[in-house]
Design a protein around this ligand. Structure first.
Ligand SMILES: *Cc1c(COP(=O)(O)O)cnc(C)c1O
Length: 441
């Protein structure tokens, strides 16, 4: 019998228990730390830019619950709104004034949508928008891009096969081939592939769906003229253009990527920030298209907890803060300064490392290229290096999303002082990782 008994951390104990209850010990796969190795931290609490794990260790959080927390953790205004609302009950299954209030806040400040429908997750928003596009156009096929994530509904769990324009392969078991056959997959940043798809499937494509700021597989920033091209080709062919703004909505600015690029898609999906940290998704567009949703129209979509009052209150409180003058400018300036400082250092040291950013989204990439626009350009071999970097950062009090394909977020609560302290740690960890790389050569 071995006698060496290292004392387990609380996270380790909790994770081994969790594995008895949940597949892989988690309720969403990336949380399991599989791509970086080790034990996920179990989080006890968060405040502002910080989280504390169950072992009482404090971290600067750059994951921010994968994007929703643009004000940071436990923002007093959001918490107050939640508490006041929850005292009056949690759900009624009947309309409330809060739904009107959040809709008004959004629509009166966003000329890209006229009508909206609230649901409970980003996945649900996208799934519903796709059904609406199919119902509206009376067509079945949809076109998506390799490297974009749109939640876990069947039609969207499809990845590219070989060839420029392909019916993909399902990226999950349990998705019928007949579903996959309705999804066309093209590489990003490649107009020819989309042109070919529209030629091959003339009058069959209901919609083109894209993350206008692809941020679920690295940060694959697209050219504005490419997005404009998608707008044109969909209009010419009677297809709808859907911007999946679950991550970019209220992040790149209040009007998201639509406003940033000044492109009006037919439908926009939202999630994450819109719910202030509670489960809310939404889809919206012109009245003409949206009125095809039941009960007015023949496209069915419903939800027991849709427009939940507590979640609406959180969303209202958060978006009210986002609308304050200079809110996005300040976030962007902080992020730019943060990225530039790290990039300058990396360049000086000749490291193959770059921070890509837009608005307050950033991506740490171990690469020597100055621009990455499609998933094929991501060096999957560099993910091992990311894993080392991740753990070095973690042991020095910096928490990132546990995968090199994930982006990071800067919130209002990430003060310049916190960011400058974090930068120093990040640079030291970058040195550390590059030293180990040098040694292993
Ligand atoms: C997060 C995300 C989704 C899925 O949202 P969930 O709330 O996790 O279901 C869909 N699309 C994009 C672009 C996302 O970032």
């Amino acid at each position: 019998m071995k006698k060496t008994q290292k004392k387990l951390t609380r996270s380790e104990v909790l994770f081994s228990k969790a594995k008895k209850y949940f597949p892989g010990g988690v309720n969403s796969p990336v949380r399991a730390f599989q791509s970086v190795g080790g034990t996920p931290l179990f989080i006890d609490k968060g405040k502002g830019a910080f989280i504390w794990d169950d072992d009482g260790r404090k971290y600067v959080d750059f994951c921010c619950s994968w994007g929703p927390l643009i004000l940071g953790h436990a923002n007093p205004k959001v918490i107050k709104a939640i508490k006041e609302t929850v005292d009056k009950g949690t759900s009624f299954g009947a309309p409330t004034a809060l739904e009107n209030k959040l809709a008004e806040l959004i629509i009166s400040n966003n000329s890209y949508i006229e009508k909206i429908r609230f649901v409970s997750s980003g996945t649900e928003a996208v799934m519903s928008a796709i059904r609406l596009a199919r119902g509206f156009t009376k067509r079945n096929k949809i076109l998506k891009f390799e490297g974009c994530y749109h939640g876990h509904s069947d039609s969207l769990l499809v990845k590219a096969g070989s060839g420029l324009v392909t019916f993909g392969n399902s990226s999950s078991e349990g998705v019928p081939d007949s579903f996959v056959a309705e999804t066309i997959v093209c590489p990003l940043n490649n107009p020819d592939a989309v042109k070919e798809a529209f030629l091959t499937f003339k009058n069959q494509i209901a919609c083109v769906i894209i993350e206008p700021v692809p941020a679920n597989n690295g940060l694959l920033l697209q050219e504005k003229n490419y997005l404009e091209f998608l707008r044109e080709i969909t209009s010419e062919n009677g297809s709808l253009l859907i911007f999946d703004e679950v991550i970019s909505g209220f992040r790149i600015g209040f009007t998201g990527a639509a406003g940033y690029y000044k492109i009006k898609p037919d439908l926009i999906t939202y999630g994450k920030i819109i719910g202030g940290g509670l489960p809310v998704g939404a889809y919206g567009g012109s009245q003409k298209i949206m009125d095809n949703i039941s009960p007015l129209g023949k496209v069915y979509q419903a939800g027991t907890l849709s427009g939940n009052p507590v979640a609406m209150a959180a969303g209202i409180a958060q978006l009210t803060e986002c609308l304050k003058p200079g809110f996005y400018k300040k976030l962007e300036e902080k992020t730019l300064a943060f990225a530039k400082m790290i990039n300058d250092y990396s360049k000086k040291k000749h490291y193959d490392f770059k921070v890509f950013s837009l608005g307050s989204i950033f991506w740490f990439a171990f690469t020597d290229s100055s621009s990455i626009k499609s998933s094929a350009e991501i060096n999957s071999g560099s993910m091992k290096t990311f894993a080392k970097f991740f753990h070095l950062l973690l042991s020095n009090g910096i928490y990132l999303g546990p995968s090199g394909y994930e982006v990071g977020f800067i919130s209002e609560a990430h003060s310049t002082e916190i960011l400058e302290k974090s930068q120093k740690i990040i640079l030291a960890c970058l040195d550390g990782v590059n030293e180990t790389l040098g040694k292993s050569k």
